[in-house]
Design a protein around this ligand. Structure first.
Ligand SMILES: [Zn+2]
Length: 263
């Protein structure tokens, strides 16, 4: 009798799981395609109309800007797996993918409790505005949604150009607002190190800081001039909206800044 009850209960649970799976399957729009992070065919699922955070690869769970970044790295630097690559502020599937596939990959975080140039676990402690790397160290420098949080971007772009080899590239994502026409600085640093809020404080999630990261800039059309002025790098804005690659939605632009190769 007990055995029979157990069997009935198991059957009920199985049926419920099946029903849920069917329901999930039916309720979300999906398309097949190729994921550049899984490096294989997959299915991309739309869980909400705000695709930026809700258009995911069924296999690796990445979002469009993750795939847009790697897609751009593949296109603009096809030999990246054999190059010297640095990623600032790593986290998630993109960093795991880069680390696994790149022969010479290193990463850094902005740790306030670790001396710059020293390591905390696998990541080096670095301040983008005062990097401790030597000149001409890297072929590629990668950042994902970092530059909307940097207090002194003029220094950071200049430092990235310094540590890139001639012809090297900074490939990055960040929220970009062309409709604003002009970049809005939301916060700056006072001389005593305190924050001067120029606009209402907005925070984004940060993998190493529970309170999140303050948004310091809403970048607009003038940002390529800003980069050139402070670093001498020219910037390409690349959009490859393609559902077959799972790249669609808001803020899927990728920026490619090149250090002149001196030829
Ligand atoms: Zn994937």
């Amino acid at each position: 009798m007990i055995r029979l009850l157990k069997r009935v209960a198991r059957k009920a649970i199985d049926l419920r799981k099946k029903f849920r799976a069917n329901k999930l399957h039916r309720s979300y729009e999906r398309n097949s395609g190729y994921c550049v992070i899984c490096e294989q065919e997959t299915v991309f699922v739309i869980y909400h109309s705000w695709l930026r955070d809700n258009y995911k690869c069924e296999r690796c769970n990445t979002i469009p800007r993750n795939r847009a970044l790697i897609n751009s790295v593949n296109i603009f630097s096809p030999d990246w797996k054999n190059l010297q690559v640095h990623e600032s502020s790593p986290g998630g599937k993109v960093s795991e993918f880069l680390k696994k596939n790149c022969k010479d990959y290193c990463s850094s975080h902005y740790y306030t409790d670790v001396e710059r140039g020293k390591y905390k676990g696998e990541h080096r402690s670095e301040d983008l505005c005062q990097l401790t790397f030597e000149d001409n160290s890297f072929d590629l420098f990668l950042t994902s949604d970092v530059f909307e949080h940097v207090m002194e971007p003029e220094k950071a772009f200049s430092e990235i150009a310094r540590v890139l080899k001639p012809g090297g590239m900074h490939i990055f994502t960040m929220p970009w607002y062309p409709k604003l026409k002009k970049t809005v600085q939301r916060a700056s640093l006072n001389e005593d190190g305190t924050i001067n809020y120029l606009e209402e404080a907005v925070y984004h999630g940060n993998p190493i800081a529970g309170e999140g990261s303050l948004v310091t800039f809403d970048w607009s059309l003038d940002f390529t001039d800003f980069i050139f002025l402070h670093s001498g790098m020219t910037t390409t804005i690349f959009v490859d909206r393609d559902r077959k690659k799972g790249i669609d939605g808001e803020f899927i632009e990728v920026f490619i800044s090149r250090k002149p190769d001196g030829k």
